[in-house]
Design a protein around this ligand. Structure first.
Ligand SMILES: NC(=O)C1=CN([C@@H]2O[C@H](COP(=O)(O)OP(=O)(O)OC[C@H]3O[C@@H](n4cnc5c(N)ncnc54)[C@H](O)[C@@H]3O)[C@@H](O)[C@H]2O)C=CC1
Ligand SMILES: O=C(O)C(=O)COP(=O)(O)O
Length: 531
């Protein structure tokens, strides 16, 4: 059945066309995002949800979305998506990090100019037949200091444009390197210095717990008298009440706001104050940007739903379509290794180490790590997937480490998974043969060569005669067909293991018969998702 996608915000219809062309069923309901109750009712039908900022992908919505695999944000900010809830539910969240950055930067520059010259008020007054030439005195931008808070993609473009306007640009961004600052031609400063020196301040940070209220009452008080503030990032970054007071007192000479704490903003303390320019979240609203983001998000979501390729995901490492194809068997192997250990381990896991040997060490290891962890976690929760498993592992305090090494043995490549608990350390290694089939090649240091099937039986015993006979006879007498039988031992007469790949689930009475022979130290049926 074709995957089904809901577009619940006003995306360009280019997105709809792309979904259709790729063979995806798509419902285009651009106003549904605002209707929380109906959205909750219908979301269970969809594999993908394509949104802008109006749809709020809350925990409640995500939990009701029983089939959802991917949320695609046609834009940048994902503060309207509960990322944690999505990750826990195994839903990939992707955005289009560059599609609207130029457009948004241009809006910020326009807003800065509009507030410098009071263009909206002057325009309204002129339309009204007044000729208030002396009322609208402005300020020049040349040689003024622009303080950019957040010099990432959009902030960086704003810096470039402002330098073109002959402004002096200073930037506060803890993650901005000195090299990048030099490349942008800006001076990196601390926030307090920016607040004290800037004639204009423009915000370009995402809304997070760290940036929320970054222009707080206290910080607004630290700004230079007569400062003009531009916000085309997110509403929650500024204390609107404090800004309104600073505007009324004249400490802040003007503000240009595209975004508001509550949207749609029908009221705000800054509304109707003189020299406050407001737009209704138009930062990304150009034909060009909307085409870019719609096209990108539809392609990315289709790629994921149809091929497993992941790009621009915020909660999962990227996997290109090519990687998804080449790495498919290795991802499956990593999952199987995890599934083996997950099913064997009934005590809390403290640490996971994954060793990548040979050519596999050059692949996308982040994705392979996720697959191995997901295999482990699935043993206790079948709903876990590659997105949610790392989050759950982290929540449980499990440490993850990976090691890579050049080809060290007879195999061109292998993966070895080791899991540490309070009681023991367990390890298993596997490889992918040239037929594309994953195999187990070593369990607790004992070499084997085991094909992996849906139903398997793992036994441990001392290396004594009669094990093969007992296993074969017990299976045969109970109608269990053996597809593949693998044995291994640490040393002659020492610790030994057997792995059987059988055609059916082995019933409890059959397992009991094996245990009752007294020949085995452990008898463990295992299931693998080989589909
Ligand atoms: N008004 C609109 O329609 C639009 C608004 N936006 C908003 O703009 C924001 C920025 O977008 P991009 O530049 O593409 O993101 P980005 O990720 O490229 O840049 C954000 C920058 O903020 C910096 N940063 C993070 N925490 C910080 C902190 N505590 N203090 C100072 N700097 C910090 C980062 O280091 C990064 O350089 C988005 O998150 C979104 O909320 C984006 C597009 C359209
Ligand atoms: O891309 C972003 O972060 C934006 O804020 C644009 O929002 P919008 O898609 O216009 O609702």
């Amino acid at each position: 059945m074709a995957p089904k996608v809901l577009v619940s915000d006003k995306l360009s219809e280019t997105a709809v066309q792309i979904f259709r062309d790729r063979g995806i069923d798509v419902d285009f309901e651009p106003n549904l995002g605002k209707d929380k109750d109906r959205l909750l009712e219908v979301i269970g039908q969809y594999d993908g949800l394509a949104i802008r900022s109006a749809t709020k992908a809350t925990e409640k919505l995500i939990n009701a979305a029983t089939n959802l695999k991917v949320i695609g944000r046609a834009g940048i900010g994902v503060d309207n998506v509960d990322l944690n809830a999505a990750s826990k539910k195994g839903v990939i969240v992707m955005n289009t990090p560059f599609g609207n950055s130029i457009t948004t930067a241009e809006h910020a520059v326009s807003m800065m100019m509009a507030v410098a010259r009071q263009i909206p008020e002057a325009s309204a007054s002129t339309h009204a037949g007044k000729w208030e030439k002396s009322k609208f005195m402005g300020v020049e931008l040349t040689s003024k200091t622009l303080g950019v808070i957040g010099a990432g993609n959009i902030g960086g473009i704003v810096c470039d444009r402002a330098i073109g306007l002959k402004m002096k640009v200073i930037a506060y961004d803890p993650f901005l390197s000195e090299e990048r600052a030099a490349q942008l031609g800006v001076k990196k400063v601390e926030l307090d210095e920016l607040l004290e020196r800037a004639d204009f301040i423009t915000l370009h940070v995402p809304l997070t717990d760290k940036t929320r209220n970054i222009l707080s009452r206290e910080n607004i008080a630290k700004t230079k008298k007569g400062v003009r503030i531009v916000n085309c990032a997110r509403g929650g970054l500024i204390d609107e009440e404090a800004l309104a007071e600073a505007l009324k007192s004249g400490h802040v000479a003007g503000a240009a706001l595209d975004v508001f704490a509550v949207e749609p903003a029908t009221e705000s303390p800054v509304f109707n104050l003189p020299n406050v320019v407001c737009t209704p979240h138009l930062g990304a609203a150009t034909t060009e940007a909307q085409e870019n983001v719609a096209l990108q998000v539809a392609e990315q979501m289709s790629d994921y739903l149809l091929t497993g390729a992941v790009s621009n995901a915020l909660n999962m490492p990227s996997v290109t379509a090519e990687e998804a194809m080449v790495m498919g068997p290795w991802i499956k192997l990593a999952e199987h290794l995890g599934a083996f250990i997950g099913q064997m381990t009934e005590e809390p896991i403290k640490a996971i180490n994954i060793l990548y040997d040979g050519v596999v060490s050059t692949m996308n290891l982040e994705a392979l790590n996720c697959a191995a962890i997901s295999g482990i976690m699935k043993a206790s929760n079948p709903d876990v997937n590659m997105v949610s498993a790392p989050v759950i592992a982290k929540e449980r305090g499990i440490s993850l480490s990976k090691t890579t090494q050049e080809k060290s043995g007879v195999f061109d490549a292998y993966i070895k998974l080791t899991v540490v608990t309070d009681e023991r350390e367990r390890s298993i290694a596997g490889t992918v043969f040239s037929d594309g089939k994953p195999r187990f090649i070593q369990i607790k240091g004992i070499n084997i060569d085991a094909e992996i099937g849906q139903h398997m039986l793992y036994t441990t015993n001392n290396d004594v005669p009669g094990i093969i006979g007992t296993l074969g006879q017990t299976m045969g007498e109970n109608g269990v067909n053996i597809a593949n039988f693998t044995l291994g031992r640490a040393a002659v007469g020492g610790e030994a293991i057997a792995l059987l790949y059988v055609d059916d689930v082995i019933s409890d009475p059959v397992l009991k018969k094996l245990c009752d022979t007294g020949l085995f130290k452990s008898v463990k049926p295992l299931e693998f998702d080989v589909a």
